[in-house]
Design a protein around this ligand. Sequence first.
Ligand code: C2E
Ligand code: CA
Ligand code: CA
Length: 648
Amino acid sequence: MEQIIWFDVCAVILVALLLVLYYKKFSAPFQKYTLFLVLLWLNLISAITSLASFVLPGHAPVWVLRLLNALYFFAHGATPTALFLYVCSLTDYNLTHFHQLSAWLVPTVINTILSVLSIFFDIYFQLDPDGTYHRGPLIFIIYIFTCFHFFAIIYTLIQNHSLIPRLEQLSIHLFLVFMVSAIFIQLLFPNLVIESFICACCLMVSQLTVQNPEQIIDAPTRILNKSGFSYLLVPPLSDRKDFQVGFMILDNYYALEKVLGFDILEQRIQTFADYLRTNTGCLFARVENRRFCFVSQGFQDNGTVDAVLSKLREACTARQAKYPAPARMQFKCGILRCPRDASSFTELMSLLDIAAQTSGSENACFTRLDDGDVAKLRRYKQVDQLVQTAVEDGSLYVMYQPIYCTENHRFCSAEALLRMRSKALGEISPAEFIPIAERNGAILKMTQFVLETVCRFLRTSGIQEYGIRRVDINLSTLDCTQTDISQRILNCIRENNLLPSLVSVELTETAFSSLPESINRTLTALSREGVRVLIDDYGTGYSNLSRLTRFPLDIVKIDKSLITDIPGSATARIVLDNTLEMMKRLRKKVLVEGVETQEQLDYLLPRNDCSYIQGYYFAKPMSEEELVALFRDQHSRSCSPSPDAASC
Ligand code: C2E
Ligand code: CA
Ligand code: CA
């Protein structure tokens, strides 16, 4: 008889250890973890009270024993309920719709009442005058309730099998099998008190596997990581609850890594995270090595997030002052409102990406992005979304800016310029949407769209008959990294039965210098087939001149910034003169962009070293029809009986 208590002794020790582990390392701010904690406590209560009811008879008054037994039955009956709630919490991460579960809790309420009444009446148990335990007349109720909850658990598991991770499903099934076996064994052999011990073993296995929060906790700082934060935000986002997310981006993370070294920097971040955890009362997450987010407890929108940011500003400024300037952390912070700014976790993270790319004020420890800045982030996000489906949505179209040839004083070619018009935002400038499309990769589809539009235009509009020599298409850096880019261009030209010389490509000076040497092969292949390659925006980047000369470039487009101050500024004249002189010596043809005034034209034309001119002085970008009309008029003028007719 004495030996039977050892199961309970082991259960008490085991659960106590699990509780210590839980508080030290295995807790996380989710209901799943809280309910697991409840299970641990219930198991501890069961084990201790069970142990006490064996050890104490004869040593303690009967009313104490009645109290302990009642407590045992309460904990015993509440365990399947807690397990059921735990399983429910796995299906929506946070039991947001708790009220829908209230019907399932009726048995627990009845069990609690019966347990309390058992202190006074022989319901679940009977005690001899010396305190010896006997089963009570209504003990079967507790088994009915247990069965009820076990079936509810199995039903929930089956209903939500796609929502609950496999490992967690397996651990719960095992839990059920072991618990049912333990209950039967204990029913058949009342002296073999193993229920608490088996339950403790199951909890231990769960804690070390599915309850291990490593996947949702950032190991160095012990705050939530990105997955943990995403779990946390699932319920409020799916309920479209209004709440605020504060963010802090350590702007100079990589610079600090170089100055301090990785280990010291991580230590400083740990200290910072400790401060956040203990001083703010908010839930913090490290969603990327240099990005932190936080929400107020319960997602209350009562100014907490704003107050925390103000507090952090003071704390950061005071703490960072003790370090020399290069070793100071520089944060960029702000508040995003859900669902106004972001209605999903992915959107929230993409806004943070954008925020991380915007520059904070230099050398300030704490830059607070205001509502205007956040509005810009929102606009970026809107354009980002539009850009991704722009080709399919039909919101893109191409305009053409004519290019003037100084040799024969006629328009000879045009540059294709992409335009975007959306219902929501109206006309969006390429200066805004092209960089976004380059960042999210949509530029590839856009380039293909421009290519197809231009080729179709050249084939069907009849403009070739009016003397157009070529149309230039802009390529982005990303396009040039595609191994099949030259093939795609050539295919499109062939499919439209065009001469390759009718299409040319422009690549910016910056892109050209940043691309690997292998791009030379792609562009040389195009050039060999007759597709001209132009260097765009020359004078805005840092060209590797030797590379430029080695490459068979046909035309160099001088950027408009080099012509803006011509002829007024002497410095601008020196820069432009020398650039044109150098290109002449290198035997490169030159196109000057951005010519707007008669004076600029008068400066360029007599020099004879600029073959082409493009600018508002001659024409702004225009539609296909307008371009055809321009070339048709030019053609008919030159064909009319005049001394110039020979050029027709
Ligand atoms: P870009 O390739 O340098 O194109 C010339 C830009 O200068 C055009 O602006 C044109 O409208 C403008 N421009 C032309 N003449 C003048 C002038 O006399 N004065 C002034 N102030 N501006 C003039 P746009 O159309 O707004 O395009 C801006 C940039 O967007 C382009 O610069 C190019 O980098 C990019 N872009 C446009 N279309 C495409 C495209 O299809 N693909 C790619 N990758 N980029 C494109
Ligand atoms: Ca261009
Ligand atoms: Ca340009």
